[in-house]
Design a protein around this ligand. Sequence first.
Ligand code: GLY
Ligand code: MN
Ligand code: MN
Length: 435
Amino acid sequence: MDQFAERRDRLSKLITDGVIVVPAGHLATRNNDVEFEFRQLSPFWYLTGFGEPDAVAVIRPGHEKPFTMFVLPRDPKMETWTGLRTGVDAVQEKFGADTAFPTTELEKELPKLLAEYEKVYYALGSDKKLDELLIDQSVKRRRMSPRGDKHLNEIVDPMPVIDQMRLIKSAAEVECLQKAIDITAAGFDIAFKSARPGSFEYEVQAGMEIEFRRAGSPRNGYPSIVASGENACILHYISNRDQMNDGDLLLIDAGAEYDLYSADITRTWPVNGKFTPEQKDVYEVVLAANEAGIEAAKPGEDAMGVHDVALKVLTQGLLDLGALTGELDTLIKDRGFLPYYMHGTSHWLGLDVHDSGVYRTGGRTGPSVKLEPGMALTVEPGLYFGPFAEDAPEGLKGIGIRTEDDVLITEDGNSVLTSAVPKTVDEIEEAASAD
Ligand code: GLY
Ligand code: MN
Ligand code: MN
């Protein structure tokens, strides 16, 4: 619990001139009286470590009792159906709340907590009930201002501040990420051993995900992409229903979640254990781009520079493979690579697979954020000769390859957290042939 308290303290030093209100998630109906599986919202988890729905955290920087929680009250009847709740008393003992109320008292108690503040830090639009309550408060206080009530003048989004905090991972967070990655790596190990000509994508997925669950991951950070043959050219292919043929590549992009932190790993390999010469040529280009991108991921360097470096290797590779003609610089400037490489090379990684935090400051064309120790990002170049790349050389058609690693920026460079997963041609062929 110390790390959550430390984050609230740190946030209270960054935001000092208002009260901060952060909602938990709510259950979403799937159909009738059945709900989707609940997973806490990441910003709420980051500040509280509290995993139940419908809660609200209120942080009053500088106040003698700065941390208030609204939580679902104990209710034996409901808990019999949906699981035990922490309740108002235990949320103070176990989660460090200075004050706690049942969510049933939100309308009555939240206005009291806000009364002395003219500025509320809350992400408008993030919670219907809080949206209404805060706007309603603003109107009521305007009406009562002649009698002495303070105006509630400003509702300001605290997420940019929280997002920037989340960008730098603590040692404890890195441990969670590494654990998620190790579990995912163990799942890939099973997938390498089980995918053979004739296997179905869902079978390989099931074997991999059994290992995720067995090793302690309650859920995936995102739906697994298990894409054989040309399916690998559909970037977020998740139907995973096809049968693998001899000669197919299999692309798996998967990440187990551990303590709400997500891994994000992609490997592509031949299901018969041996790349064809064309597959190998493309693989080597993607691998070189991945390695160059990782090399560029260092403290003080531009975060966006990782993409630029990888893109240059990929575009030169497309020239060498005969998929493009022309000048390297012109092809990059005019985005001639787009038919074969249509996504970014990196994103932040953490509680969310596409984690929070800006990549540029000062707008879309503004300068790149500089990399700093504690930042975690993916490096995931790929090349895709899919159904819409009509001008691709015949021999490359149907090939889709991505290689994705998770990289932590350190004081003196970086640490590849996914280094245990086979990656070179030899390692891949060996892993894909092992019993
Ligand atoms: N799995 C989604 C991504 O790699 O960004
Ligand atoms: Mn991925
Ligand atoms: Mn990714």
